[in-house]
Write a protein that binds this ligand. Structure first.
Ligand code: GLY
Length: 351
Protein backbone atom coordinates (compact mmCIF):
# COMPACT_ATOMS: atom_id res chain seq x y z
CA UNK A 1 0.00 0.00 0.00
CA UNK A 2 1.44 3.36 -1.00
CA UNK A 3 0.80 6.34 1.20
CA UNK A 4 1.27 10.05 0.72
CA UNK A 5 1.52 11.92 3.97
CA UNK A 6 2.16 15.60 3.87
CA UNK A 7 4.10 16.44 7.00
CA UNK A 8 1.92 17.07 10.00
CA UNK A 9 -1.34 17.59 8.16
CA UNK A 10 -4.32 15.25 8.01
CA UNK A 11 -5.22 16.68 4.58
CA UNK A 12 -2.23 14.91 3.16
CA UNK A 13 -3.26 11.38 4.05
CA UNK A 14 -3.89 9.69 0.75
CA UNK A 15 -3.43 5.94 0.61
CA UNK A 16 -3.26 3.79 -2.52
CA UNK A 17 -4.21 0.17 -3.06
CA UNK A 18 -5.07 -2.27 -5.85
CA UNK A 19 -8.77 -2.80 -5.04
CA UNK A 20 -11.28 -1.18 -2.64
CA UNK A 21 -11.10 -4.15 -0.26
CA UNK A 22 -7.43 -3.32 0.37
CA UNK A 23 -8.79 -0.53 2.55
CA UNK A 24 -9.56 -3.04 5.32
CA UNK A 25 -6.28 -2.57 7.29
CA UNK A 26 -7.19 1.11 7.63
CA UNK A 27 -10.51 0.15 9.23
CA UNK A 28 -9.07 -2.25 11.81
CA UNK A 29 -9.79 -0.96 15.30
CA UNK A 30 -12.80 1.09 14.17
CA UNK A 31 -15.87 0.15 16.21
CA UNK A 32 -18.56 1.86 14.18
CA UNK A 33 -18.13 1.98 10.41
CA UNK A 34 -21.10 3.01 8.26
CA UNK A 35 -20.99 2.81 4.49
CA UNK A 36 -22.53 5.15 1.93
CA UNK A 37 -22.11 4.13 -1.68
CA UNK A 38 -23.13 5.21 -5.15
CA UNK A 39 -26.10 3.00 -6.07
CA UNK A 40 -24.24 1.97 -9.27
CA UNK A 41 -21.45 0.47 -7.19
CA UNK A 42 -23.36 -2.25 -5.35
CA UNK A 43 -20.75 -4.96 -6.24
CA UNK A 44 -17.88 -2.89 -4.75
CA UNK A 45 -20.00 -2.22 -1.64
CA UNK A 46 -20.83 -5.94 -1.26
CA UNK A 47 -17.18 -6.91 -1.63
CA UNK A 48 -16.28 -4.47 1.11
CA UNK A 49 -19.07 -5.71 3.40
CA UNK A 50 -17.74 -9.21 2.94
CA UNK A 51 -14.14 -8.17 3.59
CA UNK A 52 -15.06 -6.13 6.68
CA UNK A 53 -18.29 -7.58 8.16
CA UNK A 54 -18.14 -5.18 11.11
CA UNK A 55 -19.59 -2.45 8.87
CA UNK A 56 -22.83 -1.60 10.68
CA UNK A 57 -24.97 -0.41 7.78
CA UNK A 58 -24.74 0.38 4.09
CA UNK A 59 -26.79 3.02 2.31
CA UNK A 60 -27.06 3.32 -1.49
CA UNK A 61 -27.23 6.88 -2.76
CA UNK A 62 -28.57 8.18 -6.08
CA UNK A 63 -25.89 10.37 -7.54
CA UNK A 64 -27.04 12.86 -10.14
CA UNK A 65 -26.41 16.62 -9.77
CA UNK A 66 -30.16 16.90 -9.02
CA UNK A 67 -29.80 14.50 -6.08
CA UNK A 68 -26.83 16.46 -4.71
CA UNK A 69 -29.09 18.28 -2.29
CA UNK A 70 -30.10 18.54 1.36
CA UNK A 71 -32.58 15.66 0.96
CA UNK A 72 -29.66 13.30 0.34
CA UNK A 73 -27.83 14.72 3.37
CA UNK A 74 -30.94 14.13 5.50
CA UNK A 75 -31.27 10.61 4.11
CA UNK A 76 -27.75 9.80 5.32
CA UNK A 77 -28.35 11.49 8.69
CA UNK A 78 -31.57 9.53 9.18
CA UNK A 79 -29.89 6.24 8.31
CA UNK A 80 -27.03 7.00 10.73
CA UNK A 81 -29.52 7.82 13.45
CA UNK A 82 -31.57 4.67 12.80
CA UNK A 83 -28.43 2.53 12.83
CA UNK A 84 -27.44 4.06 16.17
CA UNK A 85 -24.28 5.86 15.03
CA UNK A 86 -22.54 7.60 17.92
CA UNK A 87 -19.97 10.38 17.76
CA UNK A 88 -17.26 7.70 17.44
CA UNK A 89 -18.64 6.61 14.06
CA UNK A 90 -16.69 6.64 10.82
CA UNK A 91 -18.68 7.21 7.62
CA UNK A 92 -17.00 5.59 4.64
CA UNK A 93 -18.04 6.85 1.20
CA UNK A 94 -17.49 4.88 -2.02
CA UNK A 95 -18.27 6.69 -5.23
CA UNK A 96 -17.56 9.72 -7.35
CA UNK A 97 -17.40 13.34 -6.26
CA UNK A 98 -21.13 13.66 -5.65
CA UNK A 99 -21.12 10.73 -3.21
CA UNK A 100 -18.00 11.90 -1.37
CA UNK A 101 -19.20 15.54 -1.21
CA UNK A 102 -22.66 14.65 0.13
CA UNK A 103 -21.41 11.99 2.56
CA UNK A 104 -18.65 14.28 3.85
CA UNK A 105 -21.18 17.04 4.45
CA UNK A 106 -23.62 14.70 6.22
CA UNK A 107 -20.77 13.40 8.42
CA UNK A 108 -19.60 16.88 9.29
CA UNK A 109 -23.02 17.95 10.61
CA UNK A 110 -24.29 14.67 12.13
CA UNK A 111 -24.07 15.06 15.94
CA UNK A 112 -21.94 18.17 15.24
CA UNK A 113 -19.47 16.11 13.29
CA UNK A 114 -18.28 12.53 12.95
CA UNK A 115 -15.26 11.36 10.94
CA UNK A 116 -15.48 10.32 7.32
CA UNK A 117 -13.20 8.68 4.77
CA UNK A 118 -13.37 8.40 0.98
CA UNK A 119 -12.82 5.69 -1.59
CA UNK A 120 -13.19 7.79 -4.75
CA UNK A 121 -14.06 5.71 -7.79
CA UNK A 122 -13.87 8.23 -10.63
CA UNK A 123 -10.76 9.93 -11.98
CA UNK A 124 -12.26 13.29 -11.08
CA UNK A 125 -12.78 12.26 -7.47
CA UNK A 126 -9.40 10.50 -7.17
CA UNK A 127 -7.40 13.53 -8.21
CA UNK A 128 -9.68 16.30 -7.01
CA UNK A 129 -13.08 15.99 -5.31
CA UNK A 130 -12.17 13.14 -2.95
CA UNK A 131 -9.16 15.00 -1.55
CA UNK A 132 -9.04 18.23 0.40
CA UNK A 133 -12.21 18.20 2.48
CA UNK A 134 -14.56 20.33 0.40
CA UNK A 135 -17.99 18.89 1.13
CA UNK A 136 -21.45 20.15 0.27
CA UNK A 137 -24.53 20.20 -1.90
CA UNK A 138 -26.06 22.30 -4.66
CA UNK A 139 -28.64 24.93 -3.71
CA UNK A 140 -30.97 27.19 -5.73
CA UNK A 141 -29.37 26.31 -9.07
CA UNK A 142 -25.85 26.99 -7.80
CA UNK A 143 -23.31 24.26 -7.41
CA UNK A 144 -21.90 23.52 -3.95
CA UNK A 145 -23.56 26.60 -2.49
CA UNK A 146 -23.97 24.93 0.94
CA UNK A 147 -21.07 23.11 2.50
CA UNK A 148 -18.09 23.06 4.82
CA UNK A 149 -14.41 22.23 4.59
CA UNK A 150 -13.69 19.24 6.83
CA UNK A 151 -10.87 16.83 5.98
CA UNK A 152 -11.51 13.11 5.52
CA UNK A 153 -9.47 10.89 7.82
CA UNK A 154 -8.09 9.28 4.70
CA UNK A 155 -8.66 9.00 0.96
CA UNK A 156 -8.07 5.56 -0.52
CA UNK A 157 -7.16 5.64 -4.22
CA UNK A 158 -7.22 2.64 -6.60
CA UNK A 159 -6.51 3.58 -10.21
CA UNK A 160 -7.65 0.11 -11.39
CA UNK A 161 -11.24 1.24 -10.67
CA UNK A 162 -10.96 3.63 -13.60
CA UNK A 163 -11.21 0.72 -16.05
CA UNK A 164 -14.98 0.53 -15.50
CA UNK A 165 -15.67 4.21 -16.12
CA UNK A 166 -17.63 5.22 -19.20
CA UNK A 167 -15.33 7.12 -21.58
CA UNK A 168 -17.13 10.43 -21.13
CA UNK A 169 -16.87 10.23 -17.36
CA UNK A 170 -13.21 9.29 -17.57
CA UNK A 171 -12.48 12.25 -19.84
CA UNK A 172 -14.32 14.49 -17.44
CA UNK A 173 -11.69 13.66 -14.82
CA UNK A 174 -8.90 13.97 -17.36
CA UNK A 175 -9.41 17.74 -17.46
CA UNK A 176 -8.86 17.93 -13.66
CA UNK A 177 -5.79 15.75 -14.07
CA UNK A 178 -4.30 18.12 -16.66
CA UNK A 179 -5.39 21.09 -14.55
CA UNK A 180 -3.40 19.73 -11.62
CA UNK A 181 -0.20 19.43 -13.64
CA UNK A 182 -0.75 22.85 -15.24
CA UNK A 183 -0.61 24.16 -11.68
CA UNK A 184 2.40 22.07 -10.65
CA UNK A 185 4.27 20.42 -13.48
CA UNK A 186 6.43 17.91 -11.64
CA UNK A 187 9.25 16.92 -14.01
CA UNK A 188 7.26 17.42 -17.18
CA UNK A 189 4.28 15.49 -15.85
CA UNK A 190 1.84 17.73 -17.76
CA UNK A 191 3.32 16.82 -21.16
CA UNK A 192 3.64 13.15 -20.19
CA UNK A 193 -0.01 13.06 -19.13
CA UNK A 194 -1.13 14.63 -22.43
CA UNK A 195 0.76 11.81 -24.20
CA UNK A 196 -0.71 9.19 -21.86
CA UNK A 197 -4.25 10.44 -22.52
CA UNK A 198 -3.63 10.49 -26.26
CA UNK A 199 -2.36 6.94 -26.44
CA UNK A 200 -5.45 4.87 -27.29
CA UNK A 201 -6.76 2.28 -24.83
CA UNK A 202 -5.32 2.97 -21.39
CA UNK A 203 -4.23 0.24 -18.97
CA UNK A 204 -5.37 1.71 -15.67
CA UNK A 205 -3.80 -1.04 -13.59
CA UNK A 206 -0.38 -0.18 -15.04
CA UNK A 207 2.38 1.45 -13.01
CA UNK A 208 2.32 4.57 -15.13
CA UNK A 209 -1.39 5.16 -14.44
CA UNK A 210 -1.05 4.42 -10.72
CA UNK A 211 1.86 6.81 -10.60
CA UNK A 212 0.09 9.57 -12.56
CA UNK A 213 -3.07 9.44 -10.44
CA UNK A 214 -1.03 9.29 -7.25
CA UNK A 215 1.20 12.16 -8.33
CA UNK A 216 -1.86 14.35 -9.06
CA UNK A 217 -3.41 13.38 -5.72
CA UNK A 218 -0.12 14.29 -4.07
CA UNK A 219 0.01 17.73 -5.75
CA UNK A 220 -3.50 18.44 -4.50
CA UNK A 221 -2.84 17.08 -1.00
CA UNK A 222 0.25 19.28 -0.77
CA UNK A 223 -1.61 22.45 -1.77
CA UNK A 224 -4.51 21.69 0.58
CA UNK A 225 -2.17 20.96 3.47
CA UNK A 226 -0.52 24.35 3.04
CA UNK A 227 -3.83 26.22 2.66
CA UNK A 228 -6.81 24.10 3.80
CA UNK A 229 -9.33 26.98 3.89
CA UNK A 230 -8.50 28.55 0.55
CA UNK A 231 -7.13 31.87 1.71
CA UNK A 232 -4.32 31.82 -0.83
CA UNK A 233 -2.56 29.01 -2.64
CA UNK A 234 -5.58 26.70 -2.76
CA UNK A 235 -7.32 29.20 -5.05
CA UNK A 236 -4.98 27.96 -7.78
CA UNK A 237 -6.94 24.70 -7.85
CA UNK A 238 -9.83 26.69 -9.29
CA UNK A 239 -7.99 27.11 -12.59
CA UNK A 240 -10.73 27.25 -15.25
CA UNK A 241 -13.48 26.88 -12.65
CA UNK A 242 -14.90 30.43 -12.62
CA UNK A 243 -15.69 29.97 -16.30
CA UNK A 244 -16.66 26.31 -15.80
CA UNK A 245 -19.23 27.08 -13.11
CA UNK A 246 -20.76 29.75 -15.36
CA UNK A 247 -20.86 27.29 -18.29
CA UNK A 248 -22.54 24.67 -16.08
CA UNK A 249 -25.04 27.24 -14.78
CA UNK A 250 -25.96 28.30 -18.31
CA UNK A 251 -26.20 24.65 -19.43
CA UNK A 252 -28.62 23.90 -16.60
CA UNK A 253 -30.81 26.88 -17.54
CA UNK A 254 -30.93 25.73 -21.16
CA UNK A 255 -31.22 22.02 -20.45
CA UNK A 256 -27.90 21.30 -22.22
CA UNK A 257 -25.85 18.27 -21.25
CA UNK A 258 -22.32 19.36 -20.22
CA UNK A 259 -20.37 17.52 -17.50
CA UNK A 260 -18.30 19.34 -14.87
CA UNK A 261 -15.07 18.09 -16.40
CA UNK A 262 -16.09 19.18 -19.89
CA UNK A 263 -16.91 22.62 -18.51
CA UNK A 264 -13.53 22.70 -16.72
CA UNK A 265 -11.75 21.85 -19.95
CA UNK A 266 -13.53 24.69 -21.79
CA UNK A 267 -12.95 26.96 -18.78
CA UNK A 268 -9.20 26.30 -18.77
CA UNK A 269 -9.09 27.33 -22.43
CA UNK A 270 -10.89 30.58 -21.60
CA UNK A 271 -8.42 31.18 -18.74
CA UNK A 272 -5.55 30.61 -21.18
CA UNK A 273 -7.08 33.11 -23.62
CA UNK A 274 -7.48 35.64 -20.81
CA UNK A 275 -3.86 35.06 -19.73
CA UNK A 276 -2.66 35.73 -23.30
CA UNK A 277 -4.88 38.80 -23.65
CA UNK A 278 -3.60 40.27 -20.39
CA UNK A 279 -0.01 39.73 -21.51
CA UNK A 280 0.80 37.17 -18.81
CA UNK A 281 1.53 34.47 -21.37
CA UNK A 282 2.11 34.14 -25.07
CA UNK A 283 0.48 31.50 -27.24
CA UNK A 284 -0.93 29.66 -24.19
CA UNK A 285 -4.40 29.28 -25.66
CA UNK A 286 -3.03 27.77 -28.89
CA UNK A 287 -0.77 25.36 -27.04
CA UNK A 288 -3.46 24.14 -24.66
CA UNK A 289 -6.02 23.89 -27.45
CA UNK A 290 -3.71 21.49 -29.29
CA UNK A 291 -2.91 19.46 -26.16
CA UNK A 292 -6.51 19.22 -24.95
CA UNK A 293 -7.81 18.23 -28.39
CA UNK A 294 -5.10 15.56 -28.60
CA UNK A 295 -6.24 14.28 -25.20
CA UNK A 296 -9.84 14.08 -26.45
CA UNK A 297 -11.18 17.01 -24.41
CA UNK A 298 -13.65 19.68 -25.54
CA UNK A 299 -12.13 23.14 -25.93
CA UNK A 300 -14.92 25.46 -27.06
CA UNK A 301 -17.55 26.88 -24.73
CA UNK A 302 -20.90 26.81 -26.53
CA UNK A 303 -21.75 30.11 -24.81
CA UNK A 304 -19.84 33.32 -25.53
CA UNK A 305 -18.11 35.21 -22.67
CA UNK A 306 -20.83 37.87 -22.51
CA UNK A 307 -23.43 35.17 -21.74
CA UNK A 308 -21.21 33.72 -18.98
CA UNK A 309 -20.56 37.11 -17.32
CA UNK A 310 -23.82 37.23 -15.28
CA UNK A 311 -23.26 33.84 -13.68
CA UNK A 312 -19.60 34.66 -12.97
CA UNK A 313 -20.63 37.68 -10.93
CA UNK A 314 -22.81 35.45 -8.76
CA UNK A 315 -20.06 32.85 -8.30
CA UNK A 316 -19.69 32.14 -4.57
CA UNK A 317 -16.03 33.10 -4.85
CA UNK A 318 -16.81 36.64 -6.13
CA UNK A 319 -15.91 39.26 -3.51
CA UNK A 320 -17.12 42.87 -3.90
CA UNK A 321 -17.68 42.43 -7.62
CA UNK A 322 -14.15 41.07 -8.08
CA UNK A 323 -13.40 37.47 -8.94
CA UNK A 324 -10.18 35.60 -8.25
CA UNK A 325 -9.21 34.58 -11.78
CA UNK A 326 -6.56 31.89 -11.96
CA UNK A 327 -4.28 32.65 -14.90
CA UNK A 328 -1.39 30.89 -16.56
CA UNK A 329 2.07 32.36 -16.94
CA UNK A 330 3.52 29.09 -18.13
CA UNK A 331 2.93 25.35 -17.83
CA UNK A 332 3.30 24.71 -14.10
CA UNK A 333 3.12 28.40 -13.19
CA UNK A 334 -0.25 29.96 -12.37
CA UNK A 335 -1.12 33.24 -10.66
CA UNK A 336 -4.30 34.55 -9.07
CA UNK A 337 -5.49 38.00 -10.20
CA UNK A 338 -8.52 39.82 -8.83
CA UNK A 339 -10.42 41.26 -11.77
CA UNK A 340 -13.94 42.54 -12.17
CA UNK A 341 -16.03 40.42 -14.51
CA UNK A 342 -16.36 43.52 -16.73
CA UNK A 343 -12.56 43.81 -17.02
CA UNK A 344 -12.21 40.13 -17.87
CA UNK A 345 -15.01 40.34 -20.40
CA UNK A 346 -13.42 43.34 -22.09
CA UNK A 347 -10.06 41.57 -22.35
CA UNK A 348 -11.69 38.46 -23.79
CA UNK A 349 -13.85 40.23 -26.33
CA UNK A 350 -11.61 43.15 -27.50
CA UNK A 351 -10.18 42.53 -30.94
N1 GLY B 1 -11.60 21.52 -6.32
C1 GLY B 1 -10.80 22.57 -5.84
C2 GLY B 1 -10.44 22.44 -4.40
O1 GLY B 1 -10.66 21.40 -3.80
O2 GLY B 1 -9.95 23.37 -3.82
Amino acid sequence: MTEIRIEGKVAGRVVGGATPTDVVPLLEGEQEVFLVYDAHLAPAASALLEAFPAIRSALALETSEEEKNMDSVLLIARSLLEAGASRKALLLAIGGGITTDVAGFAASVYKRGIRYANIPTTLLAQVDAGIGGKTGVNFEDYKNMLGVIVQPVFTFVCSSLLATLPRREFLSGASELLKTFLIEDRDGRYGRTVSLLSSGSPDFGSDIWQETVFEAASVKAGIVSRDPYEHGERRKLNLGHTFAHAIEHEARLRGDDITHGEAVSMGILLSARLSDRLGLSKGMEGRLRQDFLQAGLPVESPYPPEVLAGAMEKDKKAEGGFVHFVLLEDIGRVVVRDLSVAMALKALTDN
